[in-house]
Design a protein around this ligand. Structure first.
Ligand code: 0GY
Length: 302
């Protein structure tokens, strides 16, 4: 990987995000939150991490705000991606320029000081992300993760976990041993060619049912689908989670869609996917407003 600032070449075959997404037909409720998106670089200002497994295209905070306005959203939760490692400068820059409309999930290691955590908290970071996807990171030893969990707990932060469904049996006990609220990325990445009632998704449902500190993002139909851009094979999975756990689900675009190899989604069409998994106005309000506000802006709820 090229670690020289200002000379970042995108990973060969990298698909750029769509510059002109369609205007969604679905109008999100007032105050809607895009609770999973990223900022990447720009690399000449915020260099990508030397240990990264890919080099993305730049995706700036200004471009994220333009997308949010186009889609009819009011706020963002910006999630640290592996290409920035534990260097949170691009994330922090987005938060401090957001006038309170963005909150963040950062990347830290166990050597982080309380002063650094406090500084991240002050600018709006409310969680850390542990990534277990093997193509994205080297194996993560558990002890440092437990230490991070212990250190962030006093800040009232949560942990976002990213893993693939086939890894859940091995990770299950570790996950339930964590002390904070846990937010699972992309529904635990189920194999959507299997039935929603099948054993693989049953384990994820068991995790959600038996552990009320677990939340799920009902995100990334474009990553999970095998049926193509109408993403119809993902609907039963998202809908099951929204209907069974209406108070513990979040939605986000995942803009700028890192590592999409098959196609680049149209963010307007992703917004139009929402009513398929959250069919009533009450469910849409919980998914897009009430739940993310409770997790990221609780002080505004009075
Ligand atoms: C996502 C998904 C991906 C990448 C990352 O941190 C990351 O690099 O999360 C992926 O490649 O599936 O949520 O952004």
């Amino acid at each position: 990987m090229n670690a020289v600032p200002g000379a970042f070449e995108k990973t060969p075959g990298w698909l750029d995000w769509q510059p002109n997404p369609s205007k969604p037909a679905f109008v999100p409720p007032r105050g809607a939150v895009d609770a999973h998106c990223h900022v990447f670089g720009p690399g000449h200002i915020f260099p990508y991490a030397p240990e990264r497994k890919y080099t993305p295209c730049d995706a700036s905070r200004q471009q994220l705000v333009a997308l949010r306005e186009h889609l009819g959203f009011s706020r963002n939760v910006v999630v640290q991606a592996t290409c920035h490692g534990t260097d949170n400068r691009a994330l922090v820059d987005a938060l401090v320029h957001s006038n309170g409309t963005m909150r963040g999930v950062g990347g830290v290691d166990a050597s982080v000081s309380d002063a650094e955590l406090e500084a991240l908290h002050q600018v709006g970071v409310r969680g850390v992300r542990f990534n277990f996807v093997k193509r994205l990171v080297d194996a993560l030893p558990r002890e440092p993760l437990k230490e991070i969990a212990r250190r962030i707990e006093p800040f009232g932060w949560h942990i976002v976990i990213y893993f693939e469904a086939q890894e859940l049996p091995e990770l299950f006990d570790f996950f339930v041993s964590l002390p904070t609220t846990i937010v699972v990325d992309h529904m635990g990445r189920p194999d959507v060619s299997q039935p929603v009632e099948g054993p693989e998704f049953a384990l994820f449902l068991k995790l959600m049912r038996e552990h009320e500190n677990f939340w799920s993002k009902v995100t990334c139909p474009e990553r999970l689908s095998q049926s193509g851009p109408d993403y119809r094979d993902v609907v039963p999975f998202g809908r099951r989670l929204v209907e069974e756990f209406p108070d513990r689900v979040l939605w986000g675009t995942d803009w700028p869609h890192p590592n999409m190899k098959s196609h680049m989604p149209d963010d307007g069409k992703l917004v139009d996917f929402i009513p398929k998994i959250a069919p009533t106005e009450a469910l849409q309000r919980k998914l897009l407003v009430e739940n993310p506000m409770r997790l990221y802006w609780p002080e505004e709820l009075g």
